[in-house]
Design a protein around this ligand. Structure first.
Ligand SMILES: N=CN[C@@H](CCC(=O)O)C(=O)O
Ligand SMILES: [Zn+2]
Length: 419
C-alpha cells in the first residue's frame, strides 16, 4: 500500500473546498479553479494542497507528474438502484413502439419485472452483480454513492437487498449510503390495498434501524403508484423513526411531490422533471436538494427535462445523478449525465461540477466527508484525461478518467491498448 502520493503539475485543480454547506442558486455558477497546483495524499488523507512549484520537492512514496491534467474530487452519485436481479432489454421494443413507462408497469412489467427477478436471485448473485456495477461506477470517477432497495416489496427480499448493499459497502472501496425504497411500486398481492403494502414496509423500519441497513427512506409518488396522501403518511412514519427522507417526486405527472418533499423536510426531492412553478419556488426557499436525473428523461424518450435553469435562478441547490437502474436509466456513466445536464437542461459546466461533487455529497448526508479536496479529509481524487473542466461535459459518451484515487489508493487506472 502506498503511504504517500504527490500529484504535481496539475493544470487545473477543483478543490471545491470553500463551502460549508450545499451550494445554492447563482453561487453554483462560480468555480474556484487553481492552476499549476499539487496535492499530497498521505495515509489515506489529503495532507497538503499548494502551488506545484512549492510542493514539487516534497518527499512522497510516489510522485505523479499530472502533465497539466485536470484534477477534481472523486465524484459523488446520489441516486442509484444498485441492487437488482435480471435485466429488461426485452422492454426496449415496447418503448420503441411508444408504450409509456407507467403502462408497462401497469401491465406487470417494468419495476415489477425486476421485482420477480430480484425475488428469485440469491443473496450471492445479487452481491456479485452489485460489485460488478460498483466497479464500473468507480471506473467513471465515482468514489461515494447511494444505493436503494425497492425490487422486493416483500419483507424478505427488501431485507435481502439492503443486506447485499451493506456487504458491498463493507467490501468495496467505494463508500456506500443505503436507502430503503420498499414503497417503489404496487405488487400484484396489494393491487386492491396499497395501504397494506405501505404498512408492511413500515413494519420493517425498526429492524432496518436495528441492523443499520439504511439511512434514508424513499417512495415513488406517481400516478398508479403511491398518492401524495399515502406518501405523506408513510414518510412521516419514517421520519418519526429517525430516518432521513428522499422522494421520487414529479417524475411523470405533476402530483405535487416537490412540495411534499419540502413540507416534510426531505433531504432530497429526486427527478422533479415536471415540478410546477409553485414546486420550484418552494424548493428554492427550502433546504431540500433537487436531484435531477436527465438520463432517465433521455432514456424514456420524453421531451420534458427538469427545469434546472429556473430552479438555479430561483436559488435552489441542485445535484445530478445517473439514476442507474435496469429500466429507466441503464447507465453507470455519470460523465454522460454531465453532458445531458449541459445539453438538455442548459446547466453550465460550473454548475454541473457543483452538482456532481459538493451538492451530491450533501444529497446523501456526506457533505463533511466527500465531494471536496480538503486538508484532513479522505483523499478521494480523480485525475482526468483533459486539461480543463469544460472538457468533460463537452466530449460526450466516453470515459475521460485517467486515474481514480480512493482514500489515497489507486482504485482505477485507464487501460491502454495491448498492441
Ligand atoms: N421511477 C421510479 N424508479 C426508478 C426506475 C426503476 C425501474 O424502472 O426499474 C427511477 O428512479 O427512474
Ligand atoms: Zn430512482
Amino acid at each position: 500500500m502506498t503511504q504517500s502520493t504527490l500529484l504535481y503539475n496539475i493544470g487545473q485543480l477543483l478543490t471545491m473546498d470553500q463551502y460549508e454547506g450545499p451550494v445554492r442558486g447563482k453561487d453554483m455558477g462560480n468555480l474556484d479553479v487553481k492552476e499549476n497546483y499539487a496535492v499530497l495524499m498521505k495515509d489515506g488523507k489529503v495532507e497538503k494542497i499548494g502551488p506545484s512549484d512549492e510542493l514539487a520537492d516534497t518527499q512522497a512514496d510516489e510522485k505523479i507528474d499530472c502533465q497539466g491534467k485536470l484534477v477534481t474530487p472523486g465524484l459523488v452519485e446520489p441516486h442509484t438502484h444498485l441492487v437488482f436481479g435480471g435485466s429488461r432489454e426485452h422492454e426496449m421494443a415496447l418503448k420503441q413502439q411508444g408504450v409509456p413507462y407507467l403502462e408497462i408497469l401497469k401491465q406487470g412489467g417494468g419495476i415489477l419485472s425486476t421485482v420477480r427477478s430480484t425475488r428469485k436471485a440469491s443473496e450471492e448473485e445479487l452481491y456479485e452483480k452489485a460489485m460488478f456495477h460498483l466497479n464500473r461506477m468507480a471506473s467513471y470517477g465515482i468514489t461515494t454513492m447511494e444505493a436503494k432497495s425497492g425490487y422486493g416489496m416483500d419483507k424478505e427480499t427488501e431485507l435481502k437487498q439492503l443486506r447485499v448493499a451493506k456487504k458491498a459497502g463493507e467490501n468495496h472501496p467505494l463508500d456506500l449510503v443505503s436507502t430503503f425504497l420498499g414503497a417503489h411500486a404496487i405488487t400484484e398481492e396489494y393491487k386492491e390495498n396499497p395501504e397494506a403494502l405501505l404498512d408492511e414496509m413500515a413494519s420493517l423500519f425498526d429492524q432496518i434501524k436495528e441492523e443499520d441497513l439504511a439511512e434514508f427512506v424513499d417512495i415513488f409518488t406517481e400516478t398508479g403508484v403511491f398518492t401524495i396522501e399515502q406518501s405523506r403518511r408513510y414518510l412521516q412514519k419514517a421520519k418519526d423513526k429517525g430516518f432521513d427522507l428522499k422522494m421520487h417526486a414529479d417524475e411523470i405527472d405533476p402530483l405535487g411531490g416537490t412540495q411534499l418533499a419540502v413540507e416534510l423536510g426531505a433531504t432530497t426531492g429526486d427527478h422533479l422533471a415536471v415540478s410546477t412553478d409553485e414546486g420550484i419556488k418552494q424548493l428554492a426557499e427550502s433546504d431540500t436538494i433537487g436531484v435531477l436525473l436527465p438520463g432517465t428523461i433521455f432514456y424514456l424518450g420524453k421531451g420534458e427535462f427538469a427545469r434546472a435553469r429556473k430552479m438555479i435562478e430561483e436559488g435552489a441547490a441542485i445535484a445530478i445523478s445517473t439514476d442507474f437502474n435496469p429500466g429507466s436509466s441503464v447507465t453507470e456513466n455519470i460523465q454522460l449525465i454531465m453532458s445531458l445536464a449541459a445539453l438538455k437542461m442548459k446547466m453550465t459546466p460550473e454548475e454541473i461540477w457543483h452538482a456532481v461533487t459538493v451538492n451530491a455529497a450533501h444529497a446523501i448526508n456526506r457533505g463533511d466527508e466527500a465531494g471536496q479536496i480538503k486538508v484532513g479529509r479522505k483523499a478521494d481524487v480523480v485525475v482526468w484525461d483533459a486539461t480543463n473542466y469544460l472538457y468533460i461535459p463537452y466530449h460526450y459518451g466516453v470515459n475521460h478518467v485517467n486515474t481514480v484515487f480512493k482514500a489515497g489508493q489507486k482504485l482505477f487506472e485507464r487501460g491502454d491498448l495491448l498492441v
